[in-house]
Design a protein around this ligand. Structure first.
Ligand code: PEP
Ligand code: MG
Length: 592
């Protein structure tokens, strides 16, 4: 009797979005599509149909609010706010109005009309230039399914609250609202065909602590439920029918990872100080007051970059002065006496608030963004500057402007601050008269005039993400030119050195707050170039600190000296990797 052929090992590679490794039986989720027919209505049926649609909207709204309450209780405000986008779309008078009008005028059934209108909107958003907006397509499709479920009286098709046994979930996509309902104990991990690092589903997976891999192309069609799989959320890999050898290797990897996690946990409360005794300021990048807890638990010394634009996105109205003041004040008060550097609004480029209805630009990264935009939107800028000044009364607030290209912009912005200080003084509202104001150095022209910026600017913070894109003319969001986007390019090394030198000549300090600061491979180079402070995402703090505590500054300086005379980005990167792996090998051992 021929036995069943064991299936061979298969490896799928995607994008790692939530750390951890799990193994177990797979459950492939195939959403059964709604059957939506086109039905003509009689005149008498029309009012009933409109009412049916409106009731479905009300029911959907209740369900989303319920979900939002649940997420708020279990995960917190950041994750709960994700559903604001759903609610906004649900209340969008243009979309709802268009459906009702079409039902009335064309006398067609609401499910058919709603589905076609919502799909048209989703396609338009999916084709948008702006990444943030594109990612809202998943939210709109999620909402569309919910409204159709209610219109067609279909039960939630993916009720994942009651899995019978532990499973790795595989699906084409997993909407944020489905993700929010996952049973944490029985969901071992999940993997999807589509999605990116910054999608809401990815953010939610990280908050839930469920290992996840996205962007696996068509894995949901390749696998069957009950296949046995292993999901690696560190390296973005799913392995089906893993061999004994693979399972053994993963066993080893997990042991190494557990021992690294323990080491990282141990140094959370230790100072960031090099082996030869130089303390390095290590601070965190945050986007919301809710991130304060993570700043503390990961052992950062305050905030080096508070990206305030996230208070402006995903909502119907701009935040007023009071709301902003509360947000800035909350962070400053919670982290006192550590400094909190609040960056003024950096909208535009790839961060874009839909309610501002900015015209599409041919070159958004070279266009009307950040300080350029704020200086021309005086009312909006005034609200933010006043809010920051008022929060500065806590005594530990600093402020910086993004995208400064030259001295004029800095002087103009500082003149406004002077004006608002006078206003607040007249109103008897307290603020810190000595609050330091700095600039982000992220445009090459700012590096070239750094000598005149230092003085009016009390510190520099190098935005390496933008500095690299502008210096090398390589769009940071365009995969086709990502091979040109090289942090170790000699031009970048020299720009950083020039910035640090100009800062030090004028007795001010130079930080780096772009992604380079959170990459343990590049940290020795930055410190060797003389950078005084590194600011990175809270989860990036411990690995960087671990490396700093094993680094001698003289090794870092030798590396920087090599990089400054090298003409090869690859050679410099290679040297950086060799040094980092030599002094902190455990940081690199959970890679396969
Ligand atoms: C940068 O450009 O490096 C930076 C920190 O700012 P953002 O990524 O928000 O543009
Ligand atoms: Mg920037």
């Amino acid at each position: 009797m021929a036995g069943r052929q064991p299936k061979g090992e298969r490896i799928f590679r995607g994008i790692a979005v939530s750390a951890g490794v799990c193994r177990g039986k797979i459950l492939v989720l195939h959403r059964t599509r709604h059957v939506i027919g086109r039905r003509e209505l009689t005149e008498a049926e029309v009012p009933g149909e409109v009412q049916r649609f409106e009731q479905a909207l009300v029911r959907t709204r209740h369900q989303i609010l319920e979900l939002q309450r649940k997420v708020m209780k279990e995960l917190g405000a950041n994750e709960a706010n994700i559903f604001d986008a759903h609610l906004l779309m649900l209340e969008d008078q243009v979309l709802v109005g268009e459906v009702i009008r079409a039902v009335r005028e064309q006398k067609l059934n609401a499910d058919y009309v709603f589905h076609s209108v919502a799909e048209r909107y989703a396609e338009a958003i999916a084709g948008a230039n702006d990444e943030y907006l594109r990612e809202r397509t998943a939210d709109l499709r999620d909402l569309t399914v919910r409204v159709l479920d209610n219109l067609l009286d279909v039960k939630d098709q993916f009720d994942l609250r009651h899995l019978a046994e532990p499973r790795i979930l595989i699906s084409h996509d997993l909407s944020p609202s489905t993700t929010a309902q996952l049973d944490r104990k029985l969901t071992l991990g999940f993997a999807t065909d589509i999605g990116g690092q910054t999608s809401h589903t990815a953010i939610m997976a990280r908050s839930l602590g469920i290992p996840a891999v996205v962007g696996l192309h068509d894995i949901s069609h390749e696998l069957d439920s009950d296949d046995y799989g292993l999901l690696d959320g560190y390296n973005g890999v799913v392995i089906v029918n893993p061999t004994d050898q693979t399972l053994f290797e993963y066993g080893q990897l997990l042991k190494r990872r557990a021992s690294l996690d323990e080491k990282l946990h141990e140094i959370e409360t230790q100072p960031a100080i090099t082996l030869d005794g130089t303390p390095i300021r290590l601070s965190a990048n945050i986007e919301n007051p809710g991130d304060v807890e993570a700043v503390r638990t990961h052992g950062a010394e305050g905030v080096g970059l508070f990206r305030t634009e996230f208070l402006f996105l995903n909502r119907a109205q701009l935040p007023d002065e009071e709301e902003q003041y509360r947000a800035y004040h909350e962070v400053a008060a919670a982290l006192k006496p550590h400094p909190v550097v609040i960056r003024t609004l950096d909208l535009g480029g790839d961060k874009f608030a839909s309610h501002l209805q900015l015209a599409q630009e041919l070159n958004p990264f070279l266009g009307w963004r950040a300080i350029r935009f704020c200086l021309q939107q005086p009312e909006m800028f005034r609200r933010q500057l006043r809010a920051i000044l008022r929060a500065s009364a806590e005594g530990n607030v600093k402020m910086m402007y993004p995208m400064i290209s030259g001295l004029d912009e800095l002087n103009q912005a500082n003149a406004l601050v002077g004006q608002y200080r006078a206003e607040l003084r007249a109103e008897g509202k307290p603020f810190d008269d000595k609050m330091e104001i700095g600039v982000m150095i992220e445009i090459p022209s700012a590096v070239l005039v750094a000598n005149s910026l230092a003085g009016p600017a009390k510190f520099f913070s190098i935005g390496s993400n933008d500095l690299i894109q502008y210096a090398l003319a390589a769009d940071r969001t365009n995969e086709k030119v990502s091979h040109l986007y090289e942090p170790t390019h000699p031009a970048i090394v020299r720009l950083i050195k020039m910035t640090v030198d100009a800062a030090h000549e004028h007795g001010i300090h130079a930080a780096v707050c772009g992604e380079m600061a959170g990459d343990p491979v590049l940290v020795p180079l930055l410190l060797g170039l003389g950078v005084d402070e590194l600011s990175t995402a809270p989860t990036g703090i411990a690995p960087v600190k671990y490396l700093i505590r094993r680094l001698k500054l003289e090794e870092a300086r030798a590396l920087a000296a090599f990089a400054l005379q090298s003409s090869s980005p690859a050679e410099t990167l290679n040297r950086c990797q060799t040094l980092a792996r030599e002094i902190a090998p455990s940081l690199f051992e959970s890679k396969i």
